[in-house]
Structures are given as structure tokens and as C-alpha cells.
Design a protein around this ligand. Structure first.
Ligand code: ADP
Length: 520
């Protein structure tokens, strides 16, 4: 039986756990793939942010370009340009250079701007670039180019149509920190919200010029870096504020593993639960069949004896009156035994189905015990038992059904007798413990080992030894009946026993105050 149970457990484990383990490994191997996917999606998102910042700067440049062109093309009045300058504090100066090398200063904030000579020199050193810009323009594309002189002087130049519809080179001297503060900062802040850290820094020394944070270290690591299209000497750095992508991946792996562990634990628990229920079912079936064998044996023996003695008496072979009396006595005793067994089975069946009708009322355990002893003491003493009753004085009353409590006590006394193992002493005492009164039936017989102590209250459960011939007879229902009765009284049972030292069963009943839910 043990063997087949273990086979069952192994089968269940393989059946349920194997696919799960495979699934776990599969999921685990997929984690890397999904991390890569997250990484790619995240990178794409960051690239989009870089592009959006770049497009914005391009828009600002386009706006400046068209306003300058318009301002010079259609009117001699420079009020449009004045507005542009007043709206954009980062513009240090605006210069114009005609193709015939005529330079003009349109606006200059202060004296540290371009002088005629320095402007000439600048144009000369960027001659090739200017030619390229002109060609672009002729092909319908206005390109902006920047040149880094210092942080305060970044020259943004482009070719456009200025005065008299002539191609001219426009130069805008920009104060970079001011430009970044006024134009870029609000933009990156609205993109980053609380999620990202975005910074623009000089490419060569990583000096941060503007960022979404108040202060930022020079060796800040970024998940994504991107060049500024219009200011190639600048880079944009973006990273997640709280976590890096590596942290994100790690925490996802952790979450995944925790989830899998939970699934595994639940499954192992499930398998275990299934196994123990199947095991219990199998044990119960086995116990039931033992019970049937037991009970049939118990019934068959008295039946055989009864029919044998009746037959003998019927034949009239027994002459002496004494013998006749003896045989009637045996028939009576066996009939009683039979009735006892049948009653026990019916009792239990009624109790189990909740059909036993309890008549609750005030009762005193001492009186109930005395009444039981009145009936059984003589019988026990005849069999050589010493019965000691130690009633507690002034025992508080209980709310109980006298008849069923008496049945429970009789069952305990009967067991004390059956499992006395030759030591024929039974002690019965009553007492009080906290909210309960109790009655204890103690014997000094075989005792019960720890591993059986909980199980003996299960229906049909019997502790069987290999020695069938000398095995004490029983149905395995006695303690189950006691347990059901005490449950109906909202009481509890305790057992203290050691193998070879006897057993003491205590039935606790709540002191008087009709407990809630008691059926009257
Ligand atoms: P039964 O006595 O008919 O087998 P019970 O339900 O009364 O059924 O008892 C269940 C088992 O508990 C018994 O088979 C016996 O092994 C054990 N048992 C009960 N009472 C005692 C006792 N006083 N001493 C030792 N073993 C006991």
C-alpha cells in the first residue's frame, strides 16, 4: 500500500511538475529576449526624444531665418528684426554679408560682437561652407550651420535672400547658455516630466550647460546619447531618473522569478494536497473494509454462539437445570453484545448525519458519572477491576444532554477496560479548568503513542497489531462517537498518554450558560 502510494506521488509529481518545470525554463530563456525587446523599445523612445529636441531647435532656427529674411526683403524698416531681438535675449548680434563682400551689422547687443575685420576673417575661414550653403539654397534647401567661438559666442549662419532679393549670408551671434536656458530648458522639462533626466553638455569635456535637474555630475551616465544637429559640439544625454535600463531589466527578471517561484510553490502545495487527499481516501477505503471485516466477525461470533446454544437447548439434550440456566445466560450476554455493536453503528450513523436528537438541559457531571457507575461498576468489579471515582466538590453545572454524555463516558470506560493490558484499575475524576468542567477517565493499560493520538478519533480508525488472534475486538467507532458528542456540546477532548503507561481521556464541557447555537 505504501509502495503504491509512493508510486502515485511520483506519478503525480511527474505529471504536474514536469510541464511546469519545462514552462519555467522556457519562460526563463525568454526573459533575455523580452529584455532585449524592452531595451530596443526603450532605446527607440529615447531616440525619438533626441529627434524631437533637435527638430525643435531646427524650428527655432527656421523661425529666426524666415523672420530675418522677411525683415530685410520687404522693408527698410527694421522693426521686425527689433522684435526678434527683443523676444530672443540670446541673440548677441545679427550681421549680413553680401556676395560682393559688403558687410553690414544689423544688430549688436554690445561691443564684444564682430568688428568689420573679425567678420571678414570669419567669413574667409568659412568660405567653403558659405559656398556649400549657397548651392543648397539654389537647390531649394536652406541649411543652417553653427560655429563655436566660445560659450557666449556661437555663430549661426545661413544663406538667404536679403535686401534687393540678393543672396546674402546671415550671421546670428548667439549666447549659447542663454539660448539653452530660454529655448531648450522648458522644452526638455516638458518632455522629461518626472521620468527622465535630460542634459545638454559640451561634447569635448562633458560640461553640462543645461539639464532638467538643478545639479548634475560631469560623469553622469546616460542610457542614450545623441548629437545636436544644429550644434554638433553639443550632445544630448538621457537616462531614466530612478532606474537605469539595467536596473529595470534586473527588477523585471527578479519579478519574473518571484512569480515563477510562487507558481511552483502553489503547484507543489497543490500536488501535496492532492496526494494527501488521495492517500486519506485510500486509507479510509482500507479502514472501511477492515471495519466491515471486523464488524462482521464481531456479529458472527455472538450469532454463532446464540444459534449453537439454542439448537442444543431445542434438542432437549441438556438435562441439568444449572446447565440450562448457564446456556440461557450465555445467549442473553451474546444478544446484549450484538445489540451493543448494532447500537454503536446506528448511533454513529445518526450522529454523523446530525440526526441524533439532543435534549439539552442543566446537568451535573458528577451525577452523570455516578449514574454510569451505578450501572457498570458492579459489572467491572466482577471482572476484577478496581474503579475509583474522585468527584470535584461543588462542581459547576453544565448545559448538556445527559444521555449522550453518559454514552461518551461509557465508551471511555469500555476502552479503559478493553485496553487495560492486565492492570485492572480505572480512575474517574471530575474537575474545573477555566471556562470548562471536565470528566477524566484514566487507565494504566497499553497507552497510545503520539503518532496515533490524533487519528484514533477518526471513524473506523483502530490501532492494529500484527497479532490478530489476541487483538482486542472493536469497531473503531467508540472514540469517533465520543468526539461527535463533545463537538455538539461545544466542548473539547484532551488525551494524555504514553505507550505502556496507560491513557487519560478528558472531556471538557462549557460551564452553564447555554452556548450559542445549542439545539434544545
Ligand atoms: P475500538 O475500541 O472499537 O477499536 P475506538 O474508537 O473506541 O474503537 O478506539 C480507537 C482505537 O484507539 C482503538 O482501536 C485503540 O487502539 C485505541 N484506544 C482507545 N482507547 C484506548 C485506551 N484507553 N488505551 C489504549 N488504546 C486506546
Amino acid at each position: 500500500m505504501k509502495n503504491s502510494l509512493h508510486k502515485l506521488l511520483a506519478g503525480l509529481t511527474v505529471l504536474l511538475l514536469f510541464p511546469v518545470v519545462i514552462a519555467v525554463f522556457y519562460e526563463y530563456s525568454r526573459i533575455n529576449d523580452s529584455e532585449k525587446l524592452i531595451s530596443t523599445v526603450y532605446k527607440n523612445q529615447l531616440e525619438t526624444i533626441v529627434s524631437s529636441i533637435n527638430s525643435y531647435v531646427q524650428d527655432v532656427a527656421d523661425n529666426w531665418g524666415s523672420r530675418l529674411e522677411m525683415g530685410l526683403k520687404f522693408t527698410e524698416d527694421t522693426s521686425g528684426i527689433a522684435r526678434l531681438v527683443s523676444e530672443n535675449k540670446s541673440i548677441n548680434g545679427i550681421y549680413l554679408s553680401s556676395t560682393d563682400q559688403q558687410q553690414e551689422t544689423i544688430y549688436q547687443k554690445n561691443t564684444d560682437g564682430f568688428s568689420r575685420d573679425s567678420l571678414n576673417l570669419f567669413l574667409l575661414s568659412n568660405q567653403d561652407e558659405v559656398v556649400r550653403l549657397k548651392n543648397y539654397y539654389k537647390n531649394g534647401y536652406q541649411k543652417f550651420v553653427s560655429h563655436f567661438l566660445s560659450k557666449e559666442h556661437v555663430v549661426l549662419f545661413f544663406v538667404g535672400e536679403g535686401r534687393n532679393n540678393q543672396l546674402q549670408v546671415f550671421l546670428v551671434d548667439v549666447n549659447l547658455p542663454l539660448f539653452l536656458q530660454n529655448h531648450i530648458r522648458p522644452r526638455i522639462q516638458s518632455i522629461a516630466r518626472d521620468n527622465f533626466l535630460i542634459a545638454l553638455y559640451l561634447k569635448n569635456n562633458e560640461e553640462v550647460l543645461v539639464s532638467t535637474e538643478k545639479s548634475i555630475s560631469q560623469n553622469q551616465e546616460y542610457d542614450q546619447k545623441g548629437e545636436m544637429w544644429l550644434f554638433p559640439f553639443l550632445e544630448i544625454g538621457i537616462t531614466l531618473k530612478e532606474q537605469t535600463i539595467a536596473d529595470l531589466a534586473r527588477s523585471r527578471i527578479k519579478e519574473g522569478l518571484i512569480l515563477m517561484a510562487i507558481v511552483l510553490i502553489v503547484l507543489v502545495g497543490g500536488v501535496w494536497f492532492l496526494f494527501s487527499s488521495v492517500k486519506r481516501e485510500i486509507q479510509l477505503t482500507q479502514i472501511k473494509s477492515e471495519f466491515i471485516a471486523n464488524v462482521s466477525h464481531e456479529i458472527r461470533t455472538p450469532l454463532a454462539l446464540i444459534s449453537m446454544y439454542i439448537e442444543t437447548l431445542e434438542m432437549g439434550r441438556v438435562k441439568s437445570m444449572e446447565k440450562v440456566k448457564e446456556y440461557y445466560g450465555i445467549i442473553g450476554k451474546e444478544t446484549q453484545r450484538l445489540t451493543g455493536i448494532v447500537n454503536k453503528i446506528l448511533d454513529f450513523s445518526k450522529l454523523e448525519k446530525g440526526k441524533r436528537h439532543f435534549k439539552f438541559g442543566t446537568c451535573d457531571l458528577n451525577t452523570v458519572a455516578e449514574e454510569v457507575l451505578e450501572t457498570y461498576q458492579f459489572h467491572l468489579e466482577k471482572k476484577g477491576f478496581e474503579v475509583i471515582f474522585l468527584p470535584e466538590e461543588n462542581l459547576p453545572c453544565n448545559w448538556c444532554d445527559k444521555e449522550s454524555i453518559a454514552d461518551a463516558i461509557v465508551n471511555l470506560i469500555d476502552n479503559a477496560r478493553k485496553y487495560s493490558n492486565g492492570i485492572k484499575r480505572i480512575e474517574i475524576k471530575t474537575g474545573v479548568r477555566k471556562k470548562f468542567t471536565f470528566i477524566e477517565v484514566k487507565d494504566f493499560g497499553t497507552g497510545i503513542s503520539k503518532k496515533h493520538q490524533k487519528l484514533i478519533f477518526d471513524k473506523f480508525y483502530r490501532i492494529t497489531s500484527g497479532d490478530l488472534a489476541n487483538q482486542v475486538k472493536g469497531s473503531g467507532l467508540g472514540l469517533a462517537i465520543v468526539s461527535e458528542i463533545i463537538k455538539a456540546h461545544h466542548g473539547k477532548i484532551s488525551l494524555s498518554s504514553k505507550p505502556g503507561e496507560g491513557a487519560a481521556f478528558r472531556l471538557y464541557l462549557p460551564k452553564l450558560h447555554p452556548p450559542k447555537g445549542s439545539k434544545q
